[in-house]
Design a protein around this ligand. Structure first.
Ligand SMILES: C[S@@+](CC[C@H](N)C(=O)[O-])C[C@H]1O[C@@H](n2cnc3c(N)ncnc32)[C@H](O)[C@@H]1O
Length: 210
């Protein structure tokens, strides 16, 4: 896998990074099982976007080569520490935003995005980048929380300004499934889950439409 250099200039969210593992710990037991299932069977070269503190790292099957990107230097530091603690040499973590991945065209077999499309600045551009780096037949594996329907969605719209501020720019009301289809992906597998009663999520696999 060859890479160019591309360093984001964001200062990041120090407090969010420092408290992320603590905040997510109550849900991580259940989410960890989902992460493991999502990543099972991956092979070859894998790109992870928005790796955060590296919660997926322990769940990658052996034999894959993973380059995990994360634009927030505070998150990145924690992901590097987790990697060192796990002692995995098949995963590399680098600083970059998903909208501009320092990665060659058609050079990976899978892209992994867990709880990231809710936060990227530009979902459409991120999906263009994901398509660009994927080899023909490659897949995007995702766990993403999304906007609910009806009253739930309208409630999410109302609280979004406060939520976004508290959660480092996260959008609880993104229509990610629509965005995937609009970006030219076919969704091969899709499960609807709930991260919380007020936070529906989608879990699945998408491939570039033939
Ligand atoms: C809710 S956390 C999820 C972290 C991790 N993927 C997980 O499953 O626990 C969202 C992550 O997206 C990252 N992020 C924010 N903007 C991004 C962007 N433009 N490109 C890639 N990642 C971004 C944040 O820094 C943060 O680490």
């Amino acid at each position: 896998m060859s890479m160019s250099t591309n360093m984001p200039t964001e200062r990041g969210h120090r407090w969010f990074a420092a408290t992320y593992d603590l905040m997510t710990k109550p849900g991580e037991k259940k989410l960890g099982r989902l992460r493991k299932r999502l990543l099972a069977g991956l092979q070859g070269d894998v790109v992870e976007i928005g790796a955060g503190t590296g919660a997926n790292f322990e769940h990658y099957p052996s034999g894959v080569r993973v380059v995990a990107f994360e634009p927030d230097p505070h998150m990145l530091k924690r992901a590097q520490a987790r990697l060192a603690a796990l002692g995995r040499t098949d995963i590399d973590v680098r600083l970059a935003a998903a909208e501009s991945l320092p990665f060659d065209d058609a050079s990976c077999d899978a892209v992994v995005s867990t709880l990231v499309l809710c936060t990227v600045h530009d979902v459409a551009q991120t999906l263009v980048e994901i398509r660009r780096v994927l080899r023909r037949g490659g897949e995007l594996r995702f766990i993403e929380h999304v906007r609910g329907e009806g009253a739930l969605g309208r409630g999410q719209d109302l609280v979004q300004p406060v939520w976004g501020w508290c959660a480092a720019g996260c959008h609880m009301n993104r229509r990610t499934e629509d965005a995937l289809r609009e970006a030219g992906f076919d969704i091969a597998e899709l499960e609807h889950k709930k991260m919380a009663p007020w936070m529906p999520a989608i879990v699945g696999t998408a491939r570039e439409r033939a």
